[in-house]
Design a protein around this ligand. Structure first.
Ligand SMILES: O=C(O)C1=C[C@@H](OP(=O)(O)O)[C@@H](O)[C@H](O)C1
Ligand SMILES: C=C(OP(=O)(O)O)C(=O)O
Length: 433
């Protein structure tokens, strides 16, 4: 069963403290979000695709396995270039979503297009993550789904090989992935889809723009000119060569290290026109005291010796909250982050987890329903629970640069998006990268 994968051994790890400014140029793995979308769109295309410089990590391997379980030919043996050859999708199959939001929201719509019974389950924490609005929407679009826990994993999709499609209203305030999942499969719905969001704002706008851009790149006709409404026409998706950019969210802890230590970090391989929110990140890091520049070598962040507090609505870049919270605790003034109520439904309730774990190390953090207030004061070492959440581990590692003796309960959870995180981080801190 899928949830057994969460029982892999925990790996305690003491975050290394930096005695000198870090100074490194790194190649980091590809974007999780771009790799996930490239896999799904390739699996639904009319011809073969290649995915260059993909992310090899637990989330994207689970996505590849899920598509493979339904019949697609996915070869991931070459680290530099994955190959996808579409094949009619069929059940029966079981799909382990792990703790991946992308897998649990992107593959159920695809499985409705398969002919047969597809079951889904994941890690225990995946059963807590919001899924109900997507399942309701799929049912209204003509997909048969049974879900004993009503509105969450585990679930069974009784795929008939086709999905009627049409118009659907959804409250996607809990996750932009609820919309992205519908849109990615929609070119194969008989009538396409019109998705209308009604409710509090949908978070993570850059991820929705990424979905739209990649659908267009694969040949789909999609209209997103009306706010909160997305229309996808029925039609074929073409196979193509996808080029995956480095993962911006995965790069942020490394950039944060430049700020904390007054050092410099360059991540290579950035395209001029990134699909990820580079400009937004530049604004945030500059406001916190960093200098950010893009050159032919890569994206460089320089620390200036001081870290400033920040007041910001992070709803569009909410996955950066743990790293920015760690920076905020080491800043010279208070910070307040808002607009992130939905991250209580991420890998763990990140607002509560950050408040609880950093308070135990002496921090002054207050949680509100949709954010965190941070008043910097000296921290001390201690055990830091990561709750299977890769970005909790990143946050603890950033704090550990300045605070000796922060011991992560488990650093293996970073394998969700970057299995090489502990090695790359230690090499950066010791100057051996
Ligand atoms: O579509 C995607 O690839 C993602 C969308 C966002 O999800 P939410 O809208 O649930 O925050 C983001 O936080 C997640 O890490 C990746
Ligand atoms: C929220 C995240 O992941 P997921 O794709 O599982 O939602 C994340 O990576 O910060």
């Amino acid at each position: 069963m899928g949830h057994l994968t969460a029982t892999r051994p925990l790996r305690p790890w003491t975050a290394p403290t930096a005695s000198d400014p870090v100074s490194t140029t790194l190649r980091l793995p590809g974007s999780k979000s771009l790799t996930a979308r490239a896999l799904v769109l390739s699996g639904l295309a009319t011809g073969p695709s290649t995915i260059a410089r993909p992310l090899r990590a637990r989330d994207t391997e689970l996505m590849a396995n899920g598509l493979r379980a339904m019949g697609a030919h996915v070869s991931i043996s070459d680290d530099e270039r994955w190959l996808v050859r579409p094949h009619p999708l069929v059940g029966p199959a079981h799909i382990d979503v792990g703790l991946a939001g992308t897998v649990m929201r992107f593959l159920p719509p695809v499985s409705g297009l398969a002919d047969g019974r597809i079951t889904f389950d994941g890690d225990p924490q995946a059963r807590q993550r919001p899924l109900g609005p997507l399942l309701d929407a799929l049912r209204r679009l003509g997909v048969r789904i049974t879900s004993p826990a009503s509105g969450s994993l585990p679930l069974t999709v009784l795929g008939s090989g086709t999905i009627r499609g049409g118009e659907v209203v959804i409250d996607a305030s809990a996750s932009s992935q609820l919309v992205s999942g519908l849109l990615l499969a929609a070119p194969h719905f008989d009538r396409g889809v019109v998705v209308r969001h009604v409710g509090p704002p949908v978070p993570s706008a850059p991820h929705l723009r990424m979905t739209v851009q990649m659908l267009r790149a694969a040949g789909a006709a999609i209209d997103d000119t009306t706010p909160d409404v997305w229309t996808v026409e029925p039609g074929p998706l073409t196979g193509r060569g996808w080029e995956i950019e480095p993962d911006l969210s995965g790069a942020v802890p490394f950039f944060a290290a430049a700020l904390v230590t007054g050092g410099e970090v360059t991540v290579t391989g950035w395209p001029g026109g990134s699909v990820q929110p580079v400009e937004r990140l530049r604004g945030l890091l500059q406001a916190m005291g960093g200098e950010v520049s893009l050159s032919t070598t890569g994206l460089t962040v320089r620390g200036t010796g001081s870290v400033h507090g920040l007041t910001a609505d992070l709803s569009d870049v909410s996955e950066l909250t743990p790293a920015l919270t760690a920076l905020a605790m080491l800043a010279d003034s208070p910070s307040r982050f808002t607009g992130i109520a939905h991250i209580r439904g991420h890998e763990t309730d990140r607002i509560s987890a950050l408040a609880r774990e950093f308070s135990a190390l002496g921090a002054d953090l207050t949680e509100s329903h949709d954010g965190l207030a941070i008043r910097p004061r000296p921290l001390h070492g201690g055990v830091f629970e990561t709750y299977h959440d890769h970005r909790m581990a990143h946050a603890a590692a950033i704090a550990g640069l300045a605070v000796p003796g922060i011991e992560l309960s488990d650093v293996a959870c970073t394998s969700k998006t970057m299995p090489e995180f502990p090695a790359l981080w230690s090499a950066m801190v010791t100057g051996k990268s």
